[in-house]
Design a protein around this ligand. Structure first.
Ligand SMILES: [Zn+2]
Length: 265
């Protein structure tokens, strides 16, 4: 009798456990579906590496495990021309291409556990960052100094940020950049490569997804060109209609696709 009661109790317990598990599963699926919907792109899927455009040249990359990387965090109000809202949150790694105020924010760096601002390779848990010395102009740095091109490897993706690159680069000079999954590239000209030079770099390195940055918007009043100057040169362009994309291997585009993200800030 005691055995029977016990087994009845166990059966009831199993039932509730199963219910709870199923509820948890459907809640998880609903949250995932909502997240994919919000991200509003065709590259969504199961895994959850996310890339968010904060504004100007700043991006937040979040790995599936939740590690947060920030690229080129601007100082809000820099040069009295950058009207993007301040960047919030803490970061595991901050990568800065150079120390100009529109690419480096001391407050954000203070909220970042690790910093990358020099060429070389460094590992932070599951995140590997490899950075390469380039220049902010086409005169070997004589006009605007040095610049860093960085490639982050995490979750099986290679995500590159070209900083304020100011000159053409070739696959021979930077072989690691060939075929990266995502390339964030400046396109606005004047301080960086212009749209045509950016298009040539995209052709040379054939990244899967290209995310343009460093162009004129209602909040970025530098004498630089708007994003259309670049997208009109490209064959496959998608406007995400969101500030974030979710990356999954299965849904990476077969041919180079430009994805225009709306700045979050
Ligand atoms: Zn800049």
């Amino acid at each position: 009798m005691e055995n029977r009661e016990q087994s009845l109790f166990q059966r009831v317990l199993h039932f509730f456990c199963r219910e709870a598990l199923m509820n948890a599963r459907s809640t998880f699926a609903a949250v995932l579906a909502a997240a994919i919907f919000v991200s509003g792109t065709s590259f969504a899927g199961d895994a959850a590496m996310k890339l968010k455009y904060l504004g100007h040249a700043a991006f937040e990359l979040t790995t599936a495990a939740g590690a947060k990387i920030v690229f080129d965090p601007y100082t809000a109000g820099a040069f009295e021309t950058l009207a993007c809202d301040a960047i919030r949150g803490d970061f595991d790694v901050a990568i800065t291409s150079h120390d100009h105020a529109d690419h480096t924010c001391e407050e954000v760096l203070a909220r970042s556990k690790n910093k990358v601002s020099k060429a070389g390779k460094a590992t932070f848990g599951v995140v590997v960052v490899e950075s390469f010395a380039t220049f902010h102009d086409d005169a070997k740095g004589k006009k605007r100094g040095a610049n860093l091109v960085s490639i982050v490897e995490a979750d099986g993706f290679r995500v590159a940020h070209l900083g304020d690159l100011g000159h053409p680069i070739t696959a021979k000079e930077l072989p690691k950049l060939v075929g990266v999954d995502v390339m964030m590239i400046p396109v606005g000209g004047y301080y960086t490569i212009d749209a045509a030079a950016a298009a040539a770099i995209v052709k040379e390195f054939a990244p899967k997804i290209v995310v343009p940055m460093h162009y004129k918007t209602s909040k970025v009043d530098f004498p630089i060109a708007p994003v259309d100057s670049f997208t009109k040169l490209m064959k496959t362009v998608e406007k995400a209609g969101a500030s974030e994309i979710v990356l999954t291997k299965e849904k990476l585009p077969a041919r180079t696709t430009v994805v225009v993200l709306d700045p979050a800030n």
